[in-house]
Design a protein. Structure first.
Length: 146
């Protein structure tokens, strides 16, 4: 079974999109647009405080008539967070995401933020795992174990 650590190890870009809690919603939107991502982590020093997502923007800014340029992220971030460890499996993460209705999970090890996985990352890993299993079974059935 694929683990979060394996997903993180295959990334070309290992930098995390993060901002301080005093940054504005507009700052977060600009960063998300620039990096083509759907969330930004809110950190202060080594402390992970929360997350701001596209869903937060739609529900907490647009629908409430707030200004993106004036609203600090700390006022609209999602916290407390669900987090996972690098040792957890894709299936465990998908279960957490399904139950909590999340699309992003920060990865924490020893109290330190080490990454972030999205539902897309997990689906991609799950499909790769299934493809490998199918290939193995086809070879087994065909008599050519490789």
């Amino acid at each position: 079974m694929t683990t979060v650590a394996e997903i993180l190890s295959t990334r070309k870009d290992t930098s995390l999109a993060s901002l301080p809690p005093t940054a504005t919603v507009r700052d977060a939107l600009e960063l998300m647009a620039e990096r083509e991502i759907g969330s930004v982590l809110l950190v202060q020093g080594d402390a992970l405080l929360g997350i701001f997502t596209e869903r937060d923007y739609a529900r907490k800014i647009v629908l409430q008539g707030l200004s993106s340029t004036d609203t600090p992220l700390v006022a609209v971030m999602t916290a407390p967070l669900y987090v996972v460890s690098p040792r957890q499996t894709v299936q465990e993460c998908m279960s957490v995401m399904t139950q909590a209705k999340l699309r992003h999970l920060p990865v924490v090890e020893g109290g330190q933020l080490v990454g972030l996985v999205s539902i897309g990352d997990l689906v991609h890993a799950q499909l790769a795992e299934q493809h490998a299993l199918i290939h193995h079974l086809e070879n087994y059935i065909g008599g050519s174990i490789a």
